[in-house]
Design a protein around this ligand. Sequence first.
Ligand code: BES
Ligand code: MN
Ligand code: ZN
Length: 487
Amino acid sequence: MEFEIFSGTPTELAADCLVVTLGKSGTLSASAEAVDQASGGFLSARYSDGDIKGGPGQTLLLPAVSGISARRVLLTGSGEGELNEINAGKIVSAVAKAVSAIAGTIAVDLTAVATSERPEAWWAEQLVLAIHANQYKYSLTKADSEPAPKAGKLIWIGSDISTALTVADAKGAGTDYARELGNLPPNICTPTYLAEQAQALSAEAGFTCTVYDEKELEEMGAGAFYSVSKGSSEPGKIIIMEYKGVESSAPHMIVGKGITFDTGGISLKPGPKMDEMKYDMCGAASILGTMKTLSILKPAIHVVGIITTAENMPAGHASKPGDVVTSLSGLTVEILNTDAEGRLVLCDALTLGIRDYTPATCVDVATLTGACMMALGKVNSGLFTADEELAAELTSAGKYTNDRVWRLPLEEEYQSLLDSNFADMANIGGPLAGATTAACFLSRFTKETRWAHVDIAGPAWGGDGTSKNSTGRPVPLLTTYLLNKIS
Ligand code: BES
Ligand code: MN
Ligand code: ZN
């Protein structure tokens, strides 16, 4: 998307649409006031005639307003006084919808709604991310699909927030990439495909990329990972991308679950909606998306992105309930349910990453448990960490970019639910606190590290039937969190 900053009176601005706001009591923003004057009171007449009441997100599209150069004016309601999160969201989506539909040059004045809590840069980021979400359209395997609309030009009326626009656009590109990977059918998006994507992105961006294949991992002793990947004829992989935007600092590590299809294995899942288990690689997709954003912005940080990827299939050579395997850490695991495979592929990736990179912080993201989705729905991801600072950083990054997380417990008392007669731990903890016991399992492999786990089972995708779509989350969260690390 192309951007321009404009800080004058927009009556002579040549745009396909000029977006201005008005409040609930009819107060016009600076640009709206200028348009109103140039048009002989046309905008205020719309308010007094009751065509628009100014509620947050209400819109009225006015073609060919006399006295101004823009071809249309979109009058947008901005409510009254301090906006809450929901009303701010309504304004963003209303403006984004119009901008996406017109797909030309759009000039936007949201200065009237900017506050210290939500400055212009915030509105710009939200708007740009929403435009990306609206304009993204899956088409790869549809012969009859129309081409995606061409990204237009956004003229920001207000302060010079060009950096915020560039950053938001890069976050949007990373999020779109994650969306696309999530939506791809599982016969295309295999572990091998993810490795090819990582290699291509790394070659383009100058990252180092290491791919461990299934055989190497088995020989290395990654028995937990291998217990999942061995059930499929698609070979699993652990993929490590390193971006070194600064020398000599411990990296921030992000690790994503990449089960390209989760049948449940021998503990087979029920049939209905099983197709959605192609989204079980959305953690991995968000690692690639985040690395894509970094490749565009080239920020001064050191990041290691790890993808642990396999297919979870039932087969004669698949793991069985009751099998005991030895993880890369040396700890043994009794596999009581082959459908709890995410933690098995993650634990070895965490061990490997921490062993080889000694990260300053480590965050894993995974569509890990149905229980987390039941608890939090699709609004918040589950956040589990014993590190208060990390919890605060992730929570505020999520809030800022509207890719929110909600903290759930990870207390010592839950650990005993993983006790096993036959191994150091079981891979499931019974019916209680399912999201927490999954996090407890992972915590045993990250003991010496500042670590957080984000369960994205709810937010990673949404919709039903023809509206089913990957959200690209948590790319906005991860990129915002990492960019905040720039000192
Ligand atoms: N990928 C699933 C979790 C999942 C389910 C995410 C539905 C999104 C929607 C994961 O591998 C899984 O199957 N988890 C089991 C764990 C259980 C066997 C302890 C679950 O949540 O049922
Ligand atoms: Mn599963
Ligand atoms: Zn899974």
